[in-house]
Design a protein around this ligand. Structure first.
Ligand code: HBI
Ligand code: FE
Length: 296
């Protein structure tokens, strides 16, 4: 579902609405005063559930970022207050958007250290189903890592790279790098594997699955390998890529992707669950979860 929405976003249609945006950069006022007690209650449910699950599973940088931000259980965070704290630390701001925005709009914001966050929150019956990035996915999942200088630089570089990749016609390859790092990345810590990806950190079920379930592969991150690897948008990942440390992303923020795109263009794409002899295998998965769903 998310992929179709992203396809719609590519063609200038924000998911679910085909009206033209109020502003050319698709930002809107968050309208914080308009949130209802029911909407704040959904936030509280999601926040408290993740706060019970993430200790010992989220990386230290995520926990640190969350502690240093005006994010709590009682209310949906106010983006202006988030931006005050964030801009002092890494120069980033959080801006409200109606939902998915066209790729080039999205990249333009990231390239200028503006994180576009959905202003809406999912309905009580949608707690585990994420059709489109809502304020919980974007703010709880993504914003704490934007307090980390390495991630702050990396996501800005992704924005700049995204604009270039779109013009080179290789956006699909770069989107995979974003997906397997910013959305679903794991990182090694002295006390074990930990989550830094927002798609995992904002999902109760995948928080546990990604670090504890024997089903998925866990492979050392390698740029070209990730660029060749398809991903799932409607279920748990079959493979998680693991950084030795977050500084590995700084290298990515500074290399020229041109030659990498050229090499990857001559290599075949890979299905999400495969393991290559050349992979650095941290854990080879049983594949049982996806096999049980007939998704091999
Ligand atoms: N828009 N608001 C929003 N959030 C996203 O994560 C997003 C988007 N538009 C496009 C997009 N992601 C992806 O298609 C690109 O990262 C490739
Ligand atoms: Fe996201």
């Amino acid at each position: 579902m998310l992929q179709q929405l992203k396809e719609a976003a590519k063609h200038g249609l924000a998911a679910g609405t085909d009206h033209q945006p109020e502003r050319p950069d698709w930002t809107i006022d968050q309208g914080w005063d308009a949130y209802t007690p029911e909407e704040h209650a959904v936030w509280k449910t999601l926040f408290e559930r993740q706060s019970r699950l993430l200790p010992g599973r989220a990386c230290d940088e995520f926990v640190r970022g969350m502690l240093d931000l005006p994010i709590g259980p009682e209310q949906i965070p106010n983006f202006e207050q988030l931006s005050d704290a964030l801009s002092k630390r890494t120069g980033w701001q959080v801006v409200a958007v109606p939902g998915l925005v066209p790729d080039d709009v999205f990249f333009e914001h990231l390239a200028n250290r503006r994180f576009p966050a959905g202003h809406f929150i999912r309905k009580p019956h949608e707690l585990d189903y994420l059709e489109e990035p809502d304020v919980f996915h974007d703010v709880f999942g993504h914003v704490p890592m934007l307090m980390n200088p390495v991630i702050a630089d990396y996501i800005q570089a992704y924005g700049k790279g995204g604009l270039r990749a779109k013009h080179l016609g290789v956006l699909e390859k770069l989107a995979r790098v974003y997906w397997y790092t910013v959305e679903f990345g794991l990182v090694k810590q002295a006390d074990g594997l930990r989550i830094y990806g927002a798609g995992i950190a904002s999902s109760a079920t995948e928080t546990v699955f990604s670090v504890e379930d024997p089903s998925p592969n866990r492979l050392g991150f390698e740029l070209e390998r990730v660029m060749r690897t398809h991903y799932r948008i409607d279920d748990f990942q079959e493979t998680y890529f693991v950084l030795d440390n977050l500084d590995q992303l700084l290298d990515l923020a500074h290399i020229d992707f041109g030659p990498v795109y050229a090499r990857v263009a001559n290599a075949s794409d890979l299905e999400p669950g495969v393991v290559l002899a050349s992979d650095s295998v941290i854990a080879r998965g049983t594949g049982r979860y996806h096999a049980a769903r007939g998704k091999k």
